[in-house]
Ligand binder design. Sequence first.
Ligand code: NDP
Length: 280
Amino acid sequence: MPSSPSKQHYCVFGNPIKHSLSPEIHAQFAKQFGLEITYRKILAPIEGFADSVAGFVVDGGAGFNITVPFKLEARQIATELTERAKIAGAVNTIKVAGEELLGENTDGLGLVNDLCNNLRLDLTDKTILVLGAGGAARGILLPLLQQNPARILISNRTASKAIELAKIFAPYGKTCGFGLEKIKGEPVNVIINATSAALDNTMPVINGAVARDAVCYELMYGIQTPFMSWAQKHNATLVTDGLGMLVEQAACSFEFWTGQKPETRAVLANLRTKLTQTAN
Ligand code: NDP
């Protein structure tokens, strides 16, 4: 694989992986610093993630991203974890440092950067409703709590998982976990859809009144999802998909690997234009 000793090699492991925009994002970041890198998509077999990683590392890989469904397994193979990754219990970025595999989770930082820098929201003292209690929800809760919201309500189809997450994150701020059926019409400031319901072209069935005047953020990106249509119908003030989070989490990964902090605005704008052109 290595063509030049100075060229660094990166990749993203997932299954499926065809849809990933990460190679394009990282190529644009590298260009900003005149860095020569390669970044490719690797389809790891469901039972073969660790072997795929081992092959990439032996070939001189400098770092990699991990997406669905390997983020929990990535936590297991990491030899060291950042505090954030430890608390999230999931890893989406690994840096290879000699024999060590340093695990980080940049999903939550990416979301917060998109909300606070790109969308210019202030989360201080706000009530945030997070739908879902899977890997993505785990990754975003700590960075969200670090913005000092009034409270985070975690609501999930399987209530027990929401209750468990609320307990895990309670030391870092006010959290409350419950089933989707318990969502009433009480207003909240921000609703984050961290479920994977959009993959089935659906959304959690919840009381529409909760979206009035709220910012509604869909983690899925590139398509108009049922959650986004629902939020528009129920008078949300701002409705967005998760493309900004995707670019921002990638920027945090890039910085974790290279020490260089890329500019994200133009990259996000380019991707948005491309996705809009593809959709039309
Ligand atoms: P997981 O499989 O870990 O969790 C899925 C969650 O969605 C669970 O809480 C599950 O509930 C819930 N769910 C699934 N289907 C439904 C439904 N029909 N109605 C209600 N709840 C449902 O997935 P992830 O957490 O890893 O991913 C969630 C989403 O976030 C995905 O769409 C992913 O693409 C997106 N994502 C986006 C990122 C970005 O950069 N923009 C980064 C990371 C993720 P239950 O527990 O009851 O099964």
